[in-house]
Write a protein that binds this ligand. Sequence first.
Ligand SMILES: Nc1ncnc2c1ncn2[C@@H]1O[C@H](COP(=O)(O)OP(=O)(O)OP(=O)(O)O)[C@@H](O)[C@H]1O
Ligand SMILES: [Mg+2]
Length: 322
Amino acid sequence: MAVEQALEQGVEQVVETRNMVKRYGDMVAVDNASLTVRSGEIFGLLGPNGAGKTTAIKVLLGLLSPDSGEVELFGERFRGDELSLKARMGVVPQHLAILEDLSAEENLRFFGRLYGVRGELLSRRVGEALDFVGLSERRRELPKKFSGGMKRRLNIAAALVHQPELLIMDEPTVGIDPQSRNHILESVRALREGGMTIVYTSHYMEEVSSICDRIVILDHGRVIASGSEEELVRFVEREERISLSLNRVFPAVVEELEKMPGVVQCEQNEREIVLMAGANQLRLSRLIEQVSAHGCEVLSANVERPTLESVFLTLTGRSLRD
Ligand SMILES: Nc1ncnc2c1ncn2[C@@H]1O[C@H](COP(=O)(O)OP(=O)(O)OP(=O)(O)O)[C@@H](O)[C@H]1O
Ligand SMILES: [Mg+2]
């Protein structure tokens, strides 16, 4: 198993970049990025369009050489052409890389052979990869007849035939149906359970939040924050927004709520009350008690906690979705 192997060799860091810089002409696409990916984790690279995610990944894959900085893979210095290190990685590129005129199965055989997998082992691995992405029954069909989601899944299978220890996925769920998207997210989790290390790039905060163990937020090529989601959210310390919808509201209720410990702000909007409060400082049951004491009834309550989006907003003043 990949993790055990790595730990035996004393390698806990599968990827380590130090001060990686990559320019296109005058434009700095990756700006002094130091990244550490640990063995067995799903590492999220989150950033808006043009943040430098694909460029960073291309350097890790040896497809681009950095202008300065160092890259280590599996504990060894990587200069971009060490085949022994490249063979331990798999990639699901942002833009599909499958051959439309070969069947699903022939595609996987092709990619497997590129990595030197042959004979019976190749047949077995191709079967397993098709099974894993749920395409066994369509193995003999041409991908040009597939939906976008199925093509993506085939592309993922193609990256798995040689059983990489490190899988790099560049926005693998963009533009596909929700069912395929869920299938892909589940597959990524399953791969981690099997011991694989995964680098997952996305500009979807929800995705990164649901599957990644640790996250780096990139903006204009720079690492602006890194840590687990919990750590990142704690870092911005933004308040919770609690909205209560009531059957009726008296001014005294608003005054009372305003005075509760932890409440930073309290606003009334017809029969809705919106409270801003320090994270985890208010209990909903206490709020409901207060409101009921005035003869009002809570019809519904909604609590919004700070998210990765708030982290990005706090640090850049812009929305991740721009
Ligand atoms: N081959 C290239 N030549 C010149 N500029 C490039 C090239 N590739 C990317 N860029 C620029 O480098 C910056 C980073 O691009 P990159 O593709 O790495 O970002 P990204 O985070 O992957 O974005 P997206 O979410 O759109 O895929 C962008 O400003 C982009 O326009
Ligand atoms: Mg990209």
